[in-house]
Design a protein around this ligand. Sequence first.
Ligand code: HEC
Length: 431
Amino acid sequence: MKRLIFVAILCPLAVAAFLPAASVQGDDRGRTSKNVTFCKDVAPILQQHCTRCHHDGGIAPMPLETYKDVRPWAAAIREAILEHKMPPFHASGPQGYFIGDPRLSPEEVATISKWVDANGPMGRASDMPAPRVWKDDWTAGKPNIELSMPSPFLVKPERKDDYAFFVLSHVFAEDTWIRGVEVKPGNVQAVHHVNVYMLPASEANLPAGRVDDVFDPVKLGATFYVAWEPGCSPLIYPAGVAALIPKGSRLAMQVHYAPTAVPLTDQTLLGVHLADGVIEKQARTLYGGTKTLDIPPGAADHQVVEQRKVPEDAIITGFTCHLHLRGKSFQLRLHYPDNRVETAFEVPRFDPNWQEVYQLARPIKVPKGTVAEYVATWDNTSKNRLNPDPNKLVHWGDRVEDEMMDGYLYYLSEGEKLELQVKGGIASNKK
Ligand code: HEC
């Protein structure tokens, strides 16, 4: 919906750009490409793509809301968008391929570029879009269960990123169907992003609270559930779809705290929305990865390929991947039974600090027997600025300086018809 409105705003500009120069001369209504102003043209783009992080009290270092905020950053903004560094988004594919695709269109990039070339004029204040209000409410409504970190966590001033793993105390006493989860960061200045994990009943003796020195919760038997990023819509499944939290499980959060100059406290909340009504399909994942990794020192393009068979006729809805500091790219290819090959997801410039969940605007149907191919590439040279040691042979491990390869394909079973009657997350007619 938002996107539609936005296209409408851009159209007059795009049309003007195609008119012969002579016909736009003398147009004094401020509609031509020659008269790009902040209030009329640039502010709506920033509002749409940038201010969810770049607002007062947001996670980005500076607000980009008012003319006064933005003008000093004009050149840096142009550079960041031309190099596709901002907004942070790491998958490729045509615009509109993903739900909530934050990327700027070429027209939007051109508009900002022209504005910078024209020395960043402000324009008329009356053209300014209404300011967006940033509330810290739950965006998907009040969740049925609010889980909190057991106590406020002190984020110490440090120059490096901290990946803190917190086990939550709530035990799901029965098999529980959920519609989705939402993360509410306690302190947006500190919280960069959050990964939500499910911890099986077999880990019941792991006490609630921070587990020290764990970069990779997979080692604790946790399975990745979903990632959260500032301003992104929470994960809520469509009607009739729900995920199952098995009896005895708990949820856990890995919170990525960005470096901070001053001590901060954080107590992030996790909201759980229980399923209600008839559930037809279970949200499923097809995992592809390995623990057999030997990445030679100095290797610029070390590649590992893993294959998994799609076990049933499936509807692919999304994807996410996980590598550590030497991660360079990740691809998910589909090899169909009729020999067609399709790249369904590609993260050409992997960035360990931004691990998005990519949801398809149009899910892909694949027949049973399709082979999902997970292709990970690492850069273990000194050219990789995040590389802690290019002279090391790197193996699988749960420390930041080790490596991992995890790919998750999100899908539904096409033929599944559970017909579960669910109330407050509990099914009354178990299969
Ligand atoms: C998801 C949050 C997020 C969004 C959306 C976002 N930024 Fe940023 N931005 C950041 C963070 C965090 C930083 C600090 C550096 C970093 O972590 O990469 C940053 C840094 C910057 C910088 C500083 C220079 C640089 O390249 O590091 C500029 C300029 C910038 N952003 C512009 C933008 C513009 C323009 C948009 C929208 C088109 C945008 N950002 C959208 C989070 C965001």
